[in-house]
Write a protein that binds this ligand. Structure first.
Ligand code: ADP
Length: 274
C-alpha cells in the first residue's frame, strides 16, 4: 500500500511539474509572438509619419529665401502645421507602444490614490483640447465620485477613447465625455457620432492589434493597441470597459470603476491582471 501511495505521489508531482513547464513555455511563446507582432507593427507604423516629415522638411529646405517655391508664407505655416501634426501622431504611437510594453512586462507600477473621476475627465479633456483645436468635445461632469486609482493611467485610458472618437468620425464630429455614478460603480463614457461598428466587431475591439478596417485605422495612425491598453488598465483597477455601437450611428465606450467606500483598508486593493 505504501508503494502504491508513493507511486501515486510521484505521478501527481510529475503531472504538476509538466503542467507548470507547459504553461511557462506557453507564456514564453505568447510573449515571443507578441514581441514579433510588436516589432513588425512598430516599424511599419513609424515609417509613414517619418517619411512625411522628411518630405515636408526637404520641401522647406529646397525653398528659396526660406519659402517653398511658388508659394507664400502661408504655405510655410501650413507645412509646419503638417509637421507638427505628424509629430503628434508619432508621439501618440510611441506613448501607446511604451505603455503597452510596460503592461506586458508586468513592470507598470500603478500608483493607487483616492481620486475624484471628475479630475480624470478634466485632465483628459485638457490634453485632448490642447492637441486638437477643434471644438467637438462636450464635457459633462457628474457629481464628485471617488475611486481608488492611478490618475495618470486613467487619464491615458480616457485620452485613448477620445482620440478614437475623433479618428473614427468625420469633420462634423460631436464627442461627449461624461462621468456618472451607477450603484456601486463610477462610470466614464465617451460617445461619438462617428462611423460606428458592427456587433461582430464590438466583440473584438479590445483585443490586441485588432482593427475593424486596417486602411481607415492606419491612415489615421492607428496600430490596434489603444483599446487593449484601455482594457488592461481597467482590469488592473478591478473595473471594466465596454462598447455599444451601431454602424453609421456612432459608438459609446464606457469605463466602469468600483466606487471608493471611504476606507482604503476596507477596499480590496486593485489587482494587477494583464
Ligand atoms: P487603433 O490604433 O487601430 O485605433 P484601437 O485598439 O484603439 O486601435 O482600436 C481598435 C479598432 O477599433 C480600431 O482600429 C477601429 O477599427 C475600432 N474603433 C475604436 N474606436 C472606435 C470608434 N470610436 N468608432 C469606430 N471604430 C472604433
Amino acid at each position: 500500500a505504501v508503494h502504491a501511495w508513493i507511486a501515486l505521489l510521484v505521478v501527481a508531482a510529475t503531472c504538476v511539474l509538466g503542467w507548470l513547464l507547459a504553461s511557462t513555455l506557453q507564456r514564453r511563446m505568447r510573449l515571443a509572438q507578441l514581441k514579433n507582432d510588436l516589432v513588425a507593427t512598430v516599424s511599419h507604423e513609424l515609417k509613414t509619419p517619418l517619411a512625411s516629415i522628411r518630405l515636408l522638411v526637404d520641401t522647406l529646405l529646397e525653398s528659396e529665401n526660406g519659402e517653398p517655391r511658388q508659394s507664400s508664407k502661408n504655405n510655410v505655416r501650413e507645412y509646419l502645421k503638417l509637421i507638427s501634426h505628424e509629430n503628434a501622431r508619432l508621439t501618440r504611437l510611441i506613448d501607446n507602444f511604451l505603455t503597452f510594453s510596460r503592461l506586458e512586462r508586468d513592470k507598470q507600477r500603478f500608483d493607487y490614490q483616492v481620486i475624484d473621476v471628475c479630475e480624470v475627465i478634466q485632465q483628459a479633456a485638457a490634453i485632448f483640447c490642447e492637441r486638437w483645436d477643434d471644438e467637438c468635445l462636450h464635457v459633462v461632469e457628474g457629481t464628485e465620485a471617488l475611486v481608488l486609482g492611478d490618475k495618470d493611467a486613467l487619464v491615458t485610458a480616457v485620452v485613448n477613447l477620445l482620440e478614437n472618437a475623433r479618428k473614427y468620425s468625420d469633420e462634423n464630429r460631436e464627442i461627449h465625455l461624461t462621468s456618472a455614478t451607477l450603484g456601486d460603480q463610477v462610470t466614464i463614457a465617451v460617445r461619438d457620432n462617428g462611423i460606428g461598428m458592427s456587433p461582430g466587431a464590438t466583440r473584438h475591439v479590445f483585443d490586441r492589434f485588432y482593427q475593424v478596417d486596417q486602411r481607415v485605422a492606419r491612415s489615421e495612425g492607428g496600430c490596434g493597441l489603444g483599446l487593449s491598453i484601455v482594457a488592461a488598465i481597467m482590469q488592473s483597477h478591478g473595473g471594466d470597459a465596454k462598447v455599444k455601437s451601431q454602424p453609421g450611428a456612432g459608438s459609446t465606450f464606457t469605463l466602469y470603476l468600483p466606487k471608493f467606500h471611504g476606507d482604503t483598508a476596507k477596499q480590496a486593493a486593485p489587482v494587477h491582471v494583464v
